[in-house]
Design a protein around this ligand. Structure first.
Ligand SMILES: *[C@@H]1O[C@H](CO)[C@@H](O)[C@H](O)[C@H]1NC(C)=O
Ligand SMILES: *[C@@H]1O[C@H](CO)[C@@H](O)[C@H](O)[C@H]1NC(C)=O
Ligand SMILES: *[C@@H]1O[C@H](CO)[C@@H](O)[C@H](O)[C@H]1NC(C)=O
Ligand SMILES: *[C@@H]1O[C@H](CO)[C@@H](O)[C@H](O)[C@H]1NC(C)=O
Ligand SMILES: *[C@@H]1O[C@H](CO)[C@@H](O)[C@H](O)[C@H]1NC(C)=O
Length: 466
């Protein structure tokens, strides 16, 4: 005789297997219609008549009660679709005439939905549409990712605002998706990551984004967003990554940005942003990347940036910065990359930069810098071709002995240069750029990694046709 406790255990063990076969008929019909709209990998109805009992890759089913669903004892015997993933093998691939299936949002227990590299046929454009808000209000969808679909068109659907359980929303690299970011986005207060990058979005960054207090990552880069960066963005205290680069944003960086003390990555390149920097920007203690090339800032570089001790990359090229490079930049001990090229910087290069032991890429080209280059042989050796000081007519190497240490045959170059320091530097600068474009000659190979732009200028005079 089997003890009662063992019988109970056996029935508990068998229950999931028996339940695996059971699926709500309407839910299964919706799943088949979605599969047929998107994928022709198999005849879904005849080859997978009971999907949840033998799920294909990209389909995940769970018994009711484990997800958003809940339910009574009878309902918990059913299996429900909780995840659908299309586009990249081993997941179902998308057929040539794949159409975006709005009915997928009617799967009542769906938690994660992915269309990646799915709608790609230029001859079969399909539209990103969502059902009416009433059909979405009970949605438990937590993750929606629609990425790299070049033939997906339409406007950013305002109905997204009804997907209240969303934690991760990615609608990215769908070049035909246009329109404005819906203001209702502010209602998605569970969002942790929002990525709408690389679409064709226009209009403003809605200030309602400031209501997404759980956001850790916000990426709106590579669109055509215009207007100002809304001040309420400074309320996103959890934000670690903010990327608004390559849009058409204007105005200043709002002062509230200084409140984003969790930020590690801030990218604002390729916009129409103008100076000044927020007072208190030195409070962004965790910032590791400040990427802000190509904005008409037209102000002096603020020395407060020198307080961002964790900064690894500081890119501020092509932005009309004038005045000197602040001495305080010499305190950026974590810095690996400093890009200040194509500005209007003047004065001397701060000697303190040469003590930044992690620096391996320094571009100060095309400014109005002058005076003696303060770098020693070890610094020049380390940076090699990643140091670019060209296009600063006032810069000179006061002490040739710094080049002796890095094995560059400078002596004779100086002679060949004819002693007219500044003008030979200028002339040979053009020569060097020409050589670089042609891929360099074998005679320059011996200059090795220490062949930084400014030092080579002297060496190259020997071979220049002047
Ligand atoms: C939306 O809900 C209505 C009423 O329940 C239903 O008839 C309709 O098919 C649903 N639409 C979608 C796209 O799920
Ligand atoms: C950016 O904005 C300016 C002025 O508002 C406008 O003239 C220009 O066409 C816009 N550029 C893009 C790429 O949207
Ligand atoms: C954010 O920054 C602004 C401007 O610097 C300041 O007035 C405000 O008090 C800050 N907000 C919060 C919530 O700390
Ligand atoms: C920067 O230099 C360019 C070229 O020399 C000049 O046209 C421009 O007016 C300067 N801008 C500032 C802000 O000094
Ligand atoms: C420095 O910047 C200039 C101008 O953008 C660019 O042409 C050059 O390749 C850069 N040099 C290095 C070493 O990165």
């Amino acid at each position: 005789m089997v003890p009662a406790s063992t019988a109970l255990l056996l029935s508990l063990l068998l229950l999931p297997m028996a339940a695996a076969a059971a699926m709500d008929a309407a839910e299964r019909e919706t799943l088949f219609r979605v599969m047929e709209a998107v994928s022709a990998d198999r005849d879904w109805r005849s080859e997978s008549p009971d999907p949840c009992s033998a799920p294909w890759p990209g389909l995940e089913c769970k018994p009711a009660g484990t997800g958003a669903g809940g339910g009574n004892a009878a309902a918990s015997a059913l299996m429900h679709v909780t995840r659908l993933d299309f586009g990249v093998e081993p997941n179902p691939t998308c057929k040539d005439a794949a159409a975006f299936p709005p009915e997928v949002f009617s799967l009542p227990h769906l938690q994660s939905l992915f269309f990646v590299d799915c709608f790609t046929n230029p001859a079969a454009a399909t539209t990103l549409t969502l059902p009416a808000p009433a059909n979405l209000s009970s949605s438990g969808l937590q993750q929606l990712s629609i990425r790299a679909n070049p033939s997906l068109s339409g406007t950013m659907p305002p109905e997204l605002a009804s997907l209240r359980s969303l934690q991760v929303l990615t609608i990215s690299q769908n070049g035909l998706v246009r329109g404005e970011i819906p203001q209702g986005i502010g209602e998605l207060t569970s969002l942790v990551r929002l990525d709408l990058s690389y679409n064709s979005l226009t209009g403003p960054v809605p200030s309602q984004i400031g209501e997404l207090k759980s956001l850790v990552g916000l990426d709106l880069s590579y669109n055509s967003l215009s207007g100002v960066i809304p001040s309420p963005i400074g309320g996103l205290r959890q934000l670690q990554k903010l990327d608004l680069s390559s849009n058409n944003l204007t105005g200043g960086i709002p002062d509230t940005v200084a409140n984003l003390t969790s930020l590690t990555f801030l990218a604002l390149s390729n916009n129409g942003l103008t100076g000044h920097f927020p007072p208190g920007i030195s409070g962004l203690r965790n910032l590791q990347y400040l990427i802000m090339d190509n904005n008409p800032m037209d102000v002096p570089l603020p020395s407060e940036l020198g307080s961002l001790a964790r900064l690894q990359e500081l890119r501020l090229a092509s932005s009309g910065y004038s005045g000197p490079i602040p001495e305080a930049f010499g305190r950026l001990v974590s810095l690996t990359t400093l890009s200040l090229q194509d500005n209007n910087l003047t004065g001397q290069i701060p000697a303190a930069l040469s003590r930044l032991g992690r620096m391996y890429h320094l571009n100060l080209s095309n400014n109005g810098l002058g005076g003696a280059v303060p770098f020693d042989g070890a610094f020049l050796r380390r940076l090699g071709r990643n140091l670019d000081l060209s296009g600063n007519s006032g810069l000179c190497l006061e002490d040739r002995s710094i080049l002796r240490g890095v094995g560059v045959g400078v002596g004779s170059c100086r002679v060949a240069g004819g002693g007219d320091g500044d003008s030979s530097l200028l002339r040979s600068s053009a020569t060097w750029r020409g050589v670089m474009k042609r891929g360099g000659g074998s005679r320059f190979g011996l200059l090795g990694p220490a062949c930084v732009v400014v030092s080579c200028l002297f060496a190259l005079n020997e071979y220049a046709p002047y």
